[in-house]
Design a protein around this ligand. Structure first.
Ligand SMILES: O=C(O)C1=C[C@@H](OP(=O)(O)O)[C@@H](O)[C@H](O)C1
Ligand SMILES: C=C(OP(=O)(O)O)C(=O)O
Length: 425
């Protein structure tokens, strides 16, 4: 197995231009493909999750051309008419590809099979499939009920009233919302249970509006979407920098000092993970806010006790910031960490303990007391990009660390370790 040795970093300094947002890239690609004209997408992320979406679109007969860096895509929309693919759509472990494609392909004519990596077969999708089936969708489980892989016969959905469980993943509601304009009739969606990861719904509504579709909602409890609509192509759309990827550089500057300018997200971001920078101010970081960038400096870091339901991805970074804060840190209301790239609650608890922290792993929370002494260990990353990236913060805090399988960052941020090295002293 490949390992990356990170020597202690004494200071960080410089400027980082963020790669495009994963959440925005995959939503924009799918809606541009469904639209009825050509859309040029700029600052597209080039990472595994996006490659899986692009691979699927190609098999569905969508013509997408990319520049050499794969950061500008010209998408020739097919007006909601896909080709039946000659092989199953392999979507890796990309939730932002698998879930939206499930709903959209249930809505448009054709026969489809959606497959993924072994971990994808352990990540639930039953809440989405239940809702689509209740609306008349023809979806069957190829292996285990409520989990991928899936077989879909599309084009059967008339719309109507439907309830969807929002308590495990917001991606199910995102998927249903993105597909609903393609249903024959109007759809009224009611949320069952508490909706988790709510800010991701704002990203969905924002992108849908950019492509010409308005959704009405009352306080994220009910949503109404008119059926029989078509997405409208955009001449040009720019993908914001990835706010979750920004979290590592916000944390690095806060921990090590020096100053990092982070370009690509700021006060105007549509991504909820920008909220991580607010949390870091509470922890003690000094941040200057601009519309589309942040400038971050070190401060005296103190442990905090927060509800992180709205920022599930960036909150993992707080778990390693906690190693360098004064006093314990508690991160609460994060049950769904358990159904992501790995069981992140258990994995984070295990690896933080290896480093020397005292950790309480609750059903839906984690409490971290910083180490008295840091152990120089190799961190297992469980094929989870965020575990690899957050544990790089140990080196930023001045302690040596080894990251196993560092290429797992390719899921969302292939150049992460190079970018970190470029601001490290
Ligand atoms: O809609 C999205 O783009 C995402 C939603 C979140 O998932 P959940 O809604 O499952 O928490 C997040 O963790 C994921 O990385 C991206
Ligand atoms: C949870 C994540 O990914 P996915 O989009 O596959 O759910 C993530 O990127 O942290």
């Amino acid at each position: 197995m490949e390992q990356l040795r990170l020597e202690p970093i004494s200071r960080v300094n410089g400027s980082v231009t963020l790669p495009g947002s994963k959440s925005l890239s995959n939503r924009i690609l799918l809606l541009a493909a469904l639209a009825n004209g050509t859309t040029v997408v700029e600052n597209l992320l080039d990472s595994d999750d996006i490659r899986h979406m692009l691979g699927a679109l190609q098999l569905l007969g969508v013509n997408v051309s990319l520049n050499q860096e794969r950061t500008v895509a010209t998408v020739q929309g097919v007006g909601g008419v896909f080709k039946t693919p000659r092989e199953p759509l392999f979507l890796g472990n990309a939730g932002t590809a698998y879930r939206p494609l499930t709903a959209v392909l249930a809505a448009v004519a054709g026969e489809y099979e959606l497959i993924g990596e072994p971990r994808m077969e352990e990540r639930p999708i039953g809440h989405l499939v239940d809702a689509l089936q209740a609306l008349g969708g023809d979806i069957t489980y190829s292996k285990n009920k409520d989990y991928p892989p899936l077989k879909i016969i599309g084009g059967q959905i008339n719309g109507g009233e439907v309830a969807i469980d929002g308590s495990i993943s917001s991606q199910f509601l995102t998927a249903l919302l993105m597909a609903a304009p393609l249903f024959n009739g109007d759809t009224k969606i009611t949320i069952k249970g508490t909706l988790v990861s709510k800010p991701y719904i704002d990203i969905t509504l924002d992108v849908m509006a950019r492509f010409g579709i308005e959704v009405e909602h009352s306080n994220y409890a009910t949503f109404t979407v008119k059926g029989g609509q078509q997405y409208q192509s955009l001449e040009r759309i720019m993908v914001e920098g990835d706010a979750s990827s920004a979290s590592y550089f916000v944390a690095a500057a806060a921990i090590a000092g020096g100053e990092i300018e982070i370009k690509g997200v700021g006060a105007k971001s549509v991504q909820g993970d920008i909220g991580f920078a607010k949390v870091m101010e509470q922890v003690g970081a000094k941040i200057d806010w601009y519309d589309e960038r942040l400038v971050v400096r070190k401060g005296q870091l103190n442990g905090v006790d927060i509800d992180a339901n709205a920022i599930p991805d960036a909150a993992m970074t707080l778990a390693t910031v906690a190693l360098f804060a004064k006093g314990p840190t508690a991160i609460r209301n994060i049950y769904n960490w358990r159904v992501k790239e790995t069981d992140r609650l258990h994995a984070m608890a295990t690896e933080l303990r290896k480093v020397g922290a005292e950790v309480v792993e609750g059903h839906d929370f984690i409490e971290i007391t910083p180490p008295k002494h840091f152990n120089d260990v190799a961190i297992d990353t469980y094929d989870d990009h965020r575990i690899a990236m957050c544990f790089a913060m140990v080196a930023v805090g001045g302690k040596p660390i080894t990251i196993n399988d560092p290429k797992c960052t390719y899921k969302t941020f292939p150049t992460f370790f190079n970018v970190l090295a470029s601001v490290s002293e």
